[in-house]
Design a binder for this molecule. Structure first.
Ligand code: ADP
Ligand code: TZD
Length: 578
């Protein structure tokens, strides 16, 4: 008898599955192979079992970094990046990234364990009690909670569809602790799972919308194309290149669209940005919004008289969201659909396309040449101490020699100077602070970029920016990722020279002088480099790319270099008063 009972128990056990297993099965069934997260009650076993089942489970030191990693994995792969957290505080740490994903149109799913519903809803004080679903809703594109194991398949399917269809975004999936231990019959469990068919269906633009757009563009005297990160996300690289080249229209890439065509392309107007924006008469936006990054399509940037005046441009907007057009200024030709289908439709309608007027192209060429020559002169200088330009001249060379490397960038001056100095050569290589200009994405982005693309990663970070996610260098070392972090260290936020007029504490923007950030990397077995000259920086970066070892280069630059808020000083209320 004693031998039979355990057998019966084992059989009974084999015939059931549980919530943990169904979550893993549902993710795997939908081609999800990586989880970015941080373990704890109630999801520790989920991370263990997911790993045992062959999912890659990347554990971070803070959920915010895990979330940023998931969000950018979504951008790079068009599959929702999964961030897994514990309840209340872990959930809140991840929530920042969920909001970031929604704002940036990146597909991501924040999966958080939560406490017991009946205690949470009566506010009886459970361990990590919080009504997470209600809190996530306004920040997510969609939010769902699963209460029964039999509904896990539906919950995961709905989350995936919501994240990647239409305008991509962040989705919240709430999984209460009790759900994981629930058991159901194996066969019932299996048949409850859903493999999502066509999660991001093509959205074909209307023929008349395409015709309207082409008519407007054909008649332009000074046409301009602006490529945004939606165009990079869409992975329609060949058709976008073809559209730009066949029309001969100058284009501006937004920062994460850099490299969609090489920045050195002769039609790239980046070096003449402040000339082309006010001068253009018809502007075609492809996957770019007329938000603050484009001065809302009006004001002096666009040739308007006052800061809110329309500059007279006509806009064509290619976007998957039907409500994006007219959000700031009138859009004369909205083209609603997925960028792949829209660009394909535009290409098909080009016919015998007239090249843009020569005087427009010549004027841009002249501006570009003058600005490029001026920049070359600045970059050739070798001041001591090093400044942004002399350091970035090195980075520019290294990126040119390693065009497949991923490139992460955050900071204020460290962002603005890098964006304009360092050319990108291939699509989706540059990932940065995005729509919010957010600090803290750096190390999470490095991890995801290395894992997803298997390419080396170069990160150019302001010293303040780096601090937001600096502890993740341990994560980078733990997974032995080929990441080379370059900190442009000027001893503070924007720069290191602010003075507290009352004495005592240092000014709010000032850090410890001559901080040795490179030792942080050495603490976890990576390579630390202290670089005071461009030659030392170059040697450090070359060595990092050769060795593929986690490397942190503390590039010491002039602490007086940098301006308040970089290029957006004007958004400071105090600066405006002056
Ligand atoms: P940037 O910051 O580079 O200017 P934005 O994030 O402001 O770019 O704009 C991206 C736009 O791209 C969003 O309006 C979004 O709806 C759109 N978009 C994202 N993916 C697609 C797609 N596959 N097809 C069409 N539009 C897309
Ligand atoms: N917090 C968050 C999450 N995002 C922000 N953008 C800020 C604060 C404000 N902020 C900026 O906009 S840039 C920046 C902060 C704190 C750091 C600038 O200093 P840095 O770069 O050292 O990173 P530079 O090169 O010295 O300007």
């Amino acid at each position: 008898m004693g031998t039979v009972e355990p057998q019966v128990a084992a059989d009974a056990q084999a015939a059931v599955t549980d919530g943990f297993q169904l979550v893993i099965d549902a993710l795997k069934l939908n081609g999800i192979d990586t989880i970015y997260g941080l373990p704890g009650i109630p999801i520790t076993d989920l991370t263990r079992r997911a790993q045992a089942e062959g999912l890659r489970v990347l554990s971070f030191r803070h959920e915010q970094s895990a979330g940023y990693a998931a969000s950018i994995a979504g951008f790079l792969t068009q599959k929702p990046g999964i961030c897994l957290t514990v309840s209340a505080p872990g959930f809140l740490n991840g929530l920042n990234a969920l909001a970031h994903a929604t704002t940036n149109c990146f597909p991501m799913i924040l999966v958080s364990g939560s406490s017991e519903r009946e205690i949470v809803d009566l506010q009886q004080g459970d361990y990590e009690e919080m009504d997470q679903l209600a809190i996530a809703k306004p920040l997510a594109k969609a939010a769902f909670r699963v209460l029964h194991a039999a509904d896990i398949g539906v919950g995961v399917a709905r989350a995936i569809r919501a994240a990647v269809s239409g305008r991509p975004g962040g989705v919240y999936l709430d999984l209460p602790a009790k759900l994981f231990a629930q058991t159901i019959d194996v066969a019932a469990g299996r048949s409850s799972l859903i493999k999502v068919v066509d999660p991001a269906p093509r959205q074909i633009p209307a023929p008349e919308a395409l015709e309207r757009a082409l008519d407007l563009l054909r008649g332009a005297k000074k046409p301009l194309i602006i490529l945004g990160k939606g165009a990079a996300y869409a992975q329609a690289d060949a058709d976008i290149k073809s559209l730009v080249e066949k029309t001969g229209i100058p284009y501006l890439p937004m920062s994460m669209a850099k490299g969609l065509l090489p920045d050195t392309h002769e039609q790239c107007a980046s070096a003449a940005r402040s000339f082309v924006l006010p001068a253009a008469d018809v502007v075609m936006l492809i996957g770019a919004r007329l938000n603050w990054l484009l001065s809302h399509g009006k004001g002096k940037t666009w040739g308007g008289k006052g800061h809110k005046d329309w500059g007279g441009q006509k806009f064509i907007q290619v976007d998957i969201s039907p409500t994006e057009a007219d959000s700031n200024v009138r859009v004369d030709a909205p083209v609603v659909g997925d960028i792949g289908s829209c660009v394909c439709g535009l290409l098909a309608g080009l016919g015998n396309w007239p090249q843009p007027p020569a005087d427009w192209l010549n004027a841009i060429h002249e501006k570009k040449s003058a600005n490029v020559a001026k920049m070359a002169e600045t970059l050739a200088k070798n001041p001591s101490p090093m400044n942004f330009h002399s350091a970035l001249a090195v980075v520019r060379d290294i990126v040119r020699a390693n065009p497949d490397a991923m490139f992460v960038n955050e900071g204020a001056n460290a962002l603005d100077f890098t964006r304009s100095i360092v050319d990108m050569y291939k699509p989706r290589k540059r990932i940065d602070v995005g729509t919010w200009g957010i600090m803290g994405v750096g190390m999470g982005y490095c991890v995801a970029a290395a894992v997803v693309t298997r390419q080396p990663v170069i990160a150019v970070e302001g010293d303040s920016a780096f601090g937001f996610s600096g502890m993740e260098v341990e994560t980078i070392c733990r997974y032995n990722l080929p990441v080379c972090v370059v900190i442009l260290n000027n001893n503070g936020v924007y720069k290191g020279t602010d003075i507290n007029p009352r004495g005592g504490d240092v000014a709010p923007t000032v850090f410890v002088k001559d901080a040795r950030y490179e030792k942080l990397m050495e603490a976890f077995g990576g390579v630390g480099v202290y670089a005071r000259t461009p030659a030392e920086l170059r040697q450090g970066m070359e060595q990092a790319l050769r060795s593929r070892k986690p490397t942190l280069i503390n590039a010491v630059i002039d602490e007086t270099a940098g301006t308040e808020s970089g290029r957006i000083t004007s958004l400071n209320p105090s600066a405006k008063k002056k």
